[in-house]
Design a protein around this ligand. Structure first.
Ligand code: PXL
Length: 286
């Protein structure tokens, strides 16, 4: 099998481990080529830092896409996340139309967490994100984003196993779109995702041990592992299980190190867990 190729349409935040600084190493470690299309450059992410810089890349994105088209590039997945402006919704919609080919479209509808919308997101961007998500084969909202996509107040989301099943089925566009709802805890001490697999027509929860601390960027770690596993041909629910276990391992390690939440999870030493054995090791090189 040739090396799968994914384009990752996210911001590049220099410090704080999220978006492209997570997607690039994770996909590479999984043996997947990751071609970044940055939506913005920030000095840090927007959660827990004051005075961060923000360079909007909206104007550059269609130019890069146009160049890629002229090269005849194709992708096994288009994977989008944090966007930098309302205009980027249309840019990413056009990108998906032009590049989806036979690949999978994963939209992480990044908009907020813990019941709050991220600082740089306007209501126009949130409405646009719901539209963009309609182009996806797979979406990976957290509970805050699920509430925004469904247009219900966060506090009124149904909870528990039945509630989470109801949410993913309502978000599935009548069964056409797979949904992986993250941060879905079925009982105290455990957390994970509720998944609706559109190909299998099946809803199933994956759960792992809950680490009793929150860290920035875990949604990006989760969606990046999920996307890597999907392009390797892993079925959705198994891919979500791998993603949940990797996030759990990262969070356990980071909690033990007592790192500040805003620095994200200390995933780099654990990247080896994601690597598959190569068919021909370094023999030929020695
Ligand atoms: O992890 C989501 C995310 C991505 N990118 C930026 C963010 C956030 C969440 O705060 O600020 C810049």
């Amino acid at each position: 099998m040739s090396t799968p190729r994914v384009t990752a349409i996210h911001d590049l935040s220099g410090f704080g481990r999220c978006s492209l600084t997570v997607a690039l190493p994770i996909l590479s470690a999984m043996g997947v080529q990751c071609c970044p299309l940055p939506t913005a450059f920030l000095s840090t992410h927007t959660g827990g830092f004051e005075g961060f810089t923000f360079l909007d890349m909206t104007g550059e994105m269609p130019r890069a896409a146009h160049h890629w088209k002229s090269l005849g590039l194709e992708f096994d997945a288009v994977y989008s996340g944090f966007l930098g402006s309302a205009r980027q919704i249309g840019v990413v919609e056009d990108f998906i139309r032009d590049f989806r080919g036979g690949g999978v479209v994963v939209v992480d509808p990044v908009m907020g967490d813990g019941g709050a919308v991220y600082r740089t997101y306007t209501s126009e961007m949130c409405a646009g994100m719901a539209r963009l998500a309609e182009r996806a084969d797979v979406i990976t909202p957290n509970l805050t984003e699920a509430a925004l996509l469904l247009g219900v107040p966060y506090g009124e989301l149904p909870a528990g196993e039945t509630g989470f099943r109801d949410i993913v089925e309502r978000l599935s566009l009548g069964g056409r779109r797979s949904v992986v709802l993250t941060g879905a805890s079925l009982e105290p001490g455990s957390t994970g995702a509720m998944c609706f697999d559109a190909a299998a027509g099946r809803t199933e929860a994956v759960q792992t041990r809950r680490v009793d601390r929150d860290f920035h960027g875990t949604g990006d770690v989760f969606s990046s592992v999920l996307t890597g596993a999907l392009v390797q041909g892993t079925p959705l629910i198994e891919a979500a299980r791998a993603a949940a276990e990797f996030v759990r391992a990262c969070a356990e390690r980071t909690a033990a190190e007592e790192l500040p939440m805003r620095e994200g999870v200390d995933f780099e030493p654990l990247l080896g867990l994601l690597a598959k054995p190569v068919s021909s090791p370094l023999d030929g090189l020695t």
